[in-house]
Write a new protein. Structure first.
Length: 143
């Protein structure tokens, strides 16, 4: 099964991708890896720094949006990129709880090759759906 693929002809100036996961946690991880992979060569990042995030809410699409925005914040404010995402999802009544432990390091221009500078996740053609046996997300990024 594909983890993610980049989409063409979705938008003129931005980047788009579609990601998949058997679980919501796997979808979050694959979206994070796809977006991070646009910005930096993920294989060059070492797991030196840990950060934790927790998101709660009824709508998985909102939780994913907020998570990806946090990754952009870490890139911009703390110059951090992550290569590993350990994600635990829980469903408590009508709410999802997503706990994420991320590992990565500060950007080092001598070591890391930077790619596209993602500014934001957009709601343009944004979609998160539970399909038969998997989750699917379509994401458009403003660059």
């Amino acid at each position: 099964m594909d983890k993610f693929k980049f989409l063409e002809n979705i938008t003129e100036a931005d980047y788009a991708f579609e990601a998949f996961g058997k679980t919501l946690a796997e979808l979050f991880e694959n979206c994070a890896l796809a977006m991070t992979g646009l910005m930096i060569d993920v294989a060059t990042i070492e797991p030196k720094i840990k950060k934790e995030l927790v998101f709660r809410g009824e709508q998985p699409e909102k939780l994913l949006f907020d998570f990806l925005q946090e990754l952009i914040y870490f890139k911009d404010a703390e110059v951090l990129f992550f290569c590993q995402f350990h994600i635990i999802e829980k469903k408590i009544e009508d709410e999802y709880e997503i706990k994420i432990v991320m590992e990565g390091e500060e950007t080092n221009l001598e070591k890391h090759k930077l790619g596209v500078d993602v500014k934001a996740v957009t709601y343009h053609k944004y979609e998160v759906k539970r399909e038969k046996d998997r989750w699917r997300a379509q994401i458009v990024l403003d660059v």
